[in-house]
Design a protein around this ligand. Structure first.
Ligand code: AHR
Length: 349
């Protein structure tokens, strides 16, 4: 059952305004979601989004917008944190004041959520965490989480690289890899960097350097340019998302170097994550990105399913991991294994 959003005080204020025809009432700080009569039957969802740093993020926001429509019975209040946790904390407090029915949080980083999520719990507002995770002292501060297994994504790309090196008789002790990390402290960064460290240790790769690319094309271009000035032996670049790969490609090409999987012939190989934009898929088809670990952004319907079950009083799974693929146009590797489980590769043509 949907909750009625107009509380008695607001009904009273609105009634007085209508009766006295006070124009000044138009300036009152009553949120839009509570003014409209239609809103009465809508479930109000406050969504605190990380920002718009990548194609993945834009697709994720769109998925939420497409799902939480009035036609579907929802009022979505979307807030863009511009990659700042402090903005998200302020937004969540606003959602609490507005008495939204659900708070959906896509956190910038994992740490620092205890206080504000305790406030949401105190106000009895269910919290659904999406995409990256929160690291809280008490698990009851959020209802559930849905997103990707970022460490597994990293390990899958690591295994793909290993298979490629073995197939092409490349001495793995000669692999000099740099990691262009995502936003430091984000689960996707922690997981993917962790996956790379596991593979580097296991297969004796030289993890030459790490730099923060912030999941953006511009920052990745800048840090890659610096790395190319410092090292002349980089032969693999591990980009923690596709937008970083775009920046890395620009940096490598500006330096007059060649991109591709043939590292024995002096090319620099690039691998990345997401596989959301046309541009990334095209670059993978061209061989400029050798392998992409899929990160699925379409969480809108998943969050809706969670809300529907909470509305019915049914507790959803605390953690829901999404199944994901691996993309490559190199068709000699059809499958990789992580922890004895096989994962097929989606071959791009
Ligand atoms: O947390 C998911 C990551 O965040 C995506 O891989 C990246 O593109 C985004 O900005």
């Amino acid at each position: 059952m949907k909750r009625i959003k107009l509380n008695n005080t607001i009904v009273l204020i609105l009634s007085v305004c209508i009766i006295l025809n006070l124009t000044a009432c138009g300036e009152a700080k009553v949120p839009d979601t509570q003014v409209s009569e239609e809103t009465e039957d809508l479930v109000v969802v406050g969504f605190s989004q990380v920002g718009a740093e990548s194609d993945w993020r834009k697709a994720n926001t769109q998925s939420m917008k497409d799902t939480f429509t009035r036609e579907n019975g929802y009022e979505l209040i979307l807030s863009d944190a511009q990659q700042k946790q402090s903005n998200q904390i302020t937004t969540i407090r606003t959602f609490i004041q507005r008495e939204v029915d659900y708070i959906v949080l896509a956190p910038v980083t994992e740490d620092g959520w205890d206080t504000v999520l305790s406030e949401a719990k105190e106000a009895n507002i269910p919290v659904i965490v999406v995409d990256r995770q929160v690291n809280v002292s008490d698990d009851s501060l959020f209802d559930c989480w849905v997103g990707s297994n970022f460490r597994l994504e990293g390990e899958k790309v690591g295994e793909w690289l290993h298979r490629y090196f073995v197939q092409n008789e490349i001495d793995e002790a000669g692999v000099n890899i740099v990691n262009i990390k995502g936003t430091l402290g984000a689960s996707s960064q922690i997981g993917r960097s962790g996956g790379l460290s596991i593979s580097a240790r296991k297969y004796n790769w030289n993890l030459l350097a790490e730099a923060e690319g912030e999941y953006t094309q511009a920052r990745a271009r800048e840090v890659m340019t610096n790395l190319l000035n410092k090292y002349d032996n980089i032969n693999v670049v591990y980009c923690e998302n596709d937008n970083e790969a775009f920046g890395v490609i620009e940096a490598i090409e500006s330096a007059g170097l060649k991109i591709g999987p043939d590292i024995a012939d002096g090319q620099i190989m690039i691998v990345s994550f997401d596989g959301v934009s046309e541009q990334a898929i095209e670059l993978a088809k061209e061989g400029k990105i050798s392998c992409i670990g899929e990160c699925n952004p379409l969480h809108g319907p998943r969050v809706r399913k969670i809300i529907e079950s909470l509305e019915k009083g049914v507790r959803p799974e605390k953690f829901e991991y999404v199944d994901e693929s691996i993309y490559s146009s190199i068709d000699s590797i059809r499958e990789i294994q992580v922890d004895e489980k096989a994962y097929p590769i989606t071959i791009l043509k």
